[in-house]
Design a protein around this ligand. Structure first.
Ligand code: B12
Ligand code: SF4
Ligand code: SF4
Length: 254
């Protein structure tokens, strides 16, 4: 097993950074155990992708469009790496979701089946900042994370010991929902209100109102921009309307 061959293949695809962790070093109490996804898993491969400067755009449509570009590339890389490891090393490999899909349970609201942040930290790809996001030593907060798990035994990378957060509190002060007021916790409801205004909660609200409306009001609701935005969020993933904690973090911006 040549770790450097694997690393080179991954970086040559255009992935910005890659780290390897032993499954035993992944500790994410709220997510499922790794064996749930692949009983014989031994290694987590954490991939880092640079978020485009579109995240700075005053237009949330453009910011989200850049995110989708990155997400499609993330998916393509996961697929190619999976196929490469199977072809070259006869490995069993499972791609872990960067966001959706996730199991939906009443007692697991807004919880990923697998935690990309815990995987990235375990694989030496960064440390957790005041905004509860991973800060990469070169790219800062502006990263997207993806991971694969495999039965291959690959030597793990060293974790980063140094605190990469400068504790400037720009993320806290630029959060429109006050969701980061308490250190070590993101208040999910407060964040979602701003970051996903057309998410599940709004969707349920729309249909509840629809059920209680007269036929004339219902007709009107379909020609309202709220419905069009809900539809767009649902159909193409025009999901996020806030990138502030990510874009206000100065680490890695030189
Ligand atoms: C569900 C989800 C959300 C939910 C809930 C967030 C939450 N509390 O976890 C909501 C909608 C609020 C959300 C918001 C955002 N998200 Co989000 N989200 C996810 C998702 C799909 C699952 C996260 C999860 O399961 N969390 C539950 C567990 C892991 O959390 P936890 O154990 O309670 O850990 C928390 C604390 O304990 C604390 N903590 C304390 N000590 C430690 C130590 C370690 C090592 C770690 C990792 C955490 C930690 O940090 C966590 C913060 O709540 C992940 C993708 C994935 N599958 O991992 C993306 C992900 C975390 N989101 C991401 C991003 C970028 C965002 C947003 C900026 C929105 C946007 N515009 O993109 C905001 C940022 C909010 C913030 N500052 O926290 C990125 C983060 C990239 C990075 N640089 O770290 C991820 C990894 C997606 C990706 N593939 O890149 N998100
Ligand atoms: S995404 Fe926006 S609302 Fe959510 S924590 Fe970050 S700055 Fe706050
Ligand atoms: S904005 Fe400042 S406080 Fe927030 S994570 Fe970045 S360096 Fe840390």
């Amino acid at each position: 097993m040549n770790k450097e061959t694997i690393r080179k293949y991954i970086l040559d695809l255009g992935v910005d950074d890659v780290g390897f962790a032993k499954v035993e070093d992944y500790h994410s109490p709220k997510s499922y155990a790794i064996e749930t996804f692949l009983p014989e898993a031994k290694t987590i491969i954490s991939l880092v992708f640079q978020e485009l400067d579109t995240c700075e755009s005053p237009s949330v449509t453009i910011a989200m469009n850049g995110r989708l570009d990155m997400n499609y590339f993330q998916r393509s890389c996961s697929y190619q790496i999976n196929r490469f490891l199977k072809r070259e090393f006869q490995a069993k490999v499972v791609d872990m979701p960067f966001s959706s899909p996730m199991e939906q349970h009443k007692d697991r609201a807004a919880l990923g089946d697998f935690s990309q942040r815990h995987a990235a930290v375990a694989a030496g790809m960064g440390t957790i900042g005041r905004h509860n996001l991973v800060i990469h030593p070169r790219f800062g907060t502006r990263i997207g994370l993806t991971a694969l798990i495999t039965d291959l035994e690959i030597e793990p990378d060293a974790k980063i010991e140094q605190d990469l957060c400068t504790h400037c509190d720009l993320c806290v002060n630029n959060c429109p929902g006050g969701a980061l007021a308490e250190a070590g916790k993101t208040e999910i409801g407060k964040c979602m209100k701003h970051s996903q205004p057309y998410g599940l909660r709004s969707n349920i609200g729309f249909w509840q109102k629809f059920a209680d409306s007269s036929p004339a009001e219902q007709k009107q609701m379909f020609i309202d921009e709220e419905y069009w935005r809900l539809q767009q969020a649902h159909s193409i993933g025009m999901q996020y309307y806030c990138f502030n904690c990510m874009k206000s973090c100065p680490v890695g911006l030189g």
